[in-house]
Design a protein around this ligand. Sequence first.
Ligand SMILES: C[S@@+](CC[C@H](N)C(=O)[O-])C[C@H]1O[C@@H](n2cnc3c(N)ncnc32)[C@H](O)[C@@H]1O
Length: 250
Amino acid sequence: MKLKDLTGCLVQDLRDLLEVASRILGKSVALLTVEDLRGIELAKVLDVFLSHPKGYPVPYIVREVAFYGRSFYVDSRVLVPRSETEELVDIVLSLGVRPRRIADVGTGSGVLGITLKLLFPDSTVILTDLSVGALRVARINARRHGADVLLVATDLLSALRGGLDLIVSNPPYVPEDEVGRYDRRVLYEPREALVGGRTGFEITERLIGQSMERLTPGGYLILESDPSHFHRFPPGTEFVGRFAILRRSG
Ligand SMILES: C[S@@+](CC[C@H](N)C(=O)[O-])C[C@H]1O[C@@H](n2cnc3c(N)ncnc32)[C@H](O)[C@@H]1O
């Protein structure tokens, strides 16, 4: 790779470059100085950065991402957890519930379910995903954080038996023909983690149906979604930011 490849970099690429530098130097981005980037270290940073295509997610390079104050392992088998998704955990906490049985559907790297298990250690937490690769990543993270969770390879909640007090999910919700339109890094993420069907709402709709059959009375389903889909949710759904909150009547 030639240094001229740096021309045409977007602001996001430069942020990524700083992120790589921060990992190599073991110093947070906020504290990096020009001196840190001098000499041999800069060569290392550029080497790592330029050896991947532009827009390749930095968390895949450094094999790590922060979520709700903890570090999680990630690789290209899973979606890179987004910081917006952390708000779903805040919503759960704001409900003031003590769920005994929780499912994180389409768990990917496991960030939501594992975080909830650590917040509600007495609960049974089940992580489901269709992707066996994703469940392997979730298992690495469950071990890393000592979270005793159950991992199930299934379509949404199909293989689960028994009532659930809380179901959380960040399902794929991008319409099939819109992948990559806004953010080129999604081109490197698993398609099945992004595409929610033709309109983008198909998986969410099936999940709502399955959840209503499994939630215990008074139980909650909390989903991340695209606000452009909000009009498709059943009447009575509450919305907070990008999240839909459905409660099974008690
Ligand atoms: C948007 S990612 C979310 C990952 C993680 N929860 C997060 O927020 O970072 C969606 C996940 O759902 C999984 N998935 C897609 N279709 C599924 C289905 N029908 N049943 C179970 N999981 C599914 C994908 O493999 C992917 O891991």
